[in-house]
Design a protein around this ligand. Structure first.
Ligand code: MRU
Length: 395
């Protein structure tokens, strides 16, 4: 059985850093008996204000809730990947700004701290910026006495709106993406893109779920996604809950699986899409795109329009988060390399647009992937046409 723990991160009760597994036998049971706990939940007063997060470092062995009562606790949770995945980081960033506003903290400083927590997923700074803009706009337009409280409410309303829009985008991406899935499809995916990263059913995983419900999915291949195993720990957990036929493979096995003719489509999410259509996603995605091209398999990226960053001109301009060597040289706390071994640990890589068959957003399907087609669909430039829509956040 899964156990559920509640830990108040803001009150000093930390779950420890890095990944935590339960006993070996717990993992299988967790996949089949997990309850649907939301990845993020806003806690109103009197229990709050606070943000409750399903601790993704502990899945699938344990459903533990981390309660962030202040922004430093949220920033710590973001860095440790308690909460992760581009769309949900946008939602978390916005709620973090609302939390700071309701607490009477320095809201601009809070937005900057949240935006700096992880550099690649553009949704994080975007969500924080939107909530900050709503806060500052309300402050300017309201009367000063009632201002702080009304402005905090405006930031919270913006966070709620971002969450609702993300859920709607998820459903729209599923509908658009389904058209790209052939009957009897065997889909290979990387990292984790389901309801753990979204206020809805996710990005690539939402399309996979739609294909499953439509009877079009024969098999989901799940890359384990080293070093932090978002595929085997989280995607297999979500696939198991949804009753999707699936199998986990070591990342290095994808090449021979494709060569054996066992993959019809590769589908992933994205952490940032540059204006030229370059896609930053979990490290290993670029290698899959190269392999897919070699084997003439379509490679499809699914992401909300909020992941398209018109201010980043191309792939070379995307900042790639470098993470601790410990994540590579240890596994579940155990050393897997001699003590003192150096490691290369970029959290993401960048896939050039020429290797991407199509990008699916809530607005439709972009194919071929070009700067012009991104613009035509409304993604990218024009996103912030309303100057009030987002505030520049110092990072
Ligand atoms: O480091 P993570 O686990 O936050 O990386 C997440 C990914 O790379 C996802 O594939 C990406 O955010 C798309 S999820 C919709």
């Amino acid at each position: 059985m899964l156990s559920t723990a509640r830990v108040a991160a803001g009150a000093g009760g930390r779950l420890g850093s890095g990944l935590v597994w339960g006993r070996p036998g717990e993992q299988t049971r967790a996949v089949t008996t997990a309850v649907a706990t939301p990845a993020l939940h806003w806690l109103s007063p009197p229990a709050g204000p606070a943000i409750e997060l399903l601790d993704q470092t502990r899945l699938p062995a344990q459903e533990a809730i981390v309660t962030c009562a202040d922004v430093p606790a949220l920033v710590d949770a973001i860095r440790r990947l308690v909460v992760r995945g581009a769309p949900l980081l946008g939602v978390a960033g916005a709620y973090g700004v609302a939390l700071a506003a309701l607490r009477g903290d320095d809201v601009r400083a809070a937005a900057a701290a949240i935006s700096r927590a992880r550099p690649t997923a553009v949704n994080l700074a975007w969500g924080a910026g939107r909530a900050l803009a709503a806060y500052e706009q309300a402050l300017e337009s309201g009367d000063r006495a009632a201002g702080q409280e009304a402005a905090a409410r405006a930031a919270l309303a913006q966070a709620e709106a971002i969450a609702a829009a993300d859920a709607a985008a998820s459903a729209a991406m599923a509908a658009h993406g389904l058209g790209l899935v052939p009957p009897g499809a065997r889909i290979l995916t990387h990292c984790n893109t389901g309801s753990l990263v979204s206020a809805g059913e996710g990005t690539a995983f939402a399309v996979i779920l739609a294909a499953h419900r439509a009877g079009r999915l024969a098999q989901l291949w799940v890359d384990e996604t080293r070093p932090l195993l978002q595929g085997s720990r989280l995607t297999a957990y979500e696939a198991g809950r949804a009753g999707i036929p699936h199998a986990v493979l070591a990342d290095g096995a994808a090449a021979s699986l494709m060569a054996a003719g066992q993959v019809d489509l590769v589908m992933t999410g994205a952490d940032r899409i540059a204006a030229d259509g370059s896609v930053a996603n979990k490290v290993g995605t670029y290698g899959l795109a190269v392999l897919a091209r070699h084997h003439q398999i379509p490679f499809v990226v699914v992401a909300p329009e909020s992941t398209v960053d018109a201010d980043t001109p191309d792939g070379a301009a995307i900042p790639v988060e470098q993470r601790s060597a410990q994540e590579v040289v240890t596994l579940a706390g155990q050393p897997v390399a001699p003590a003192g071994t150096a490691a290369y640990n970029p959290a993401f890589d960048v896939t050039p647009p020429a290797l991407i068959t199509a990008i699916v957003t809530e607005l439709g399907v972009i194919q071929p992937v070009t700067a012009g087609n991104l613009r035509v669909l409304g993604a990218g430039p024009g996103r912030f046409a309303d100057p009030r829509a987002a505030a520049d956040v110092e990072r």
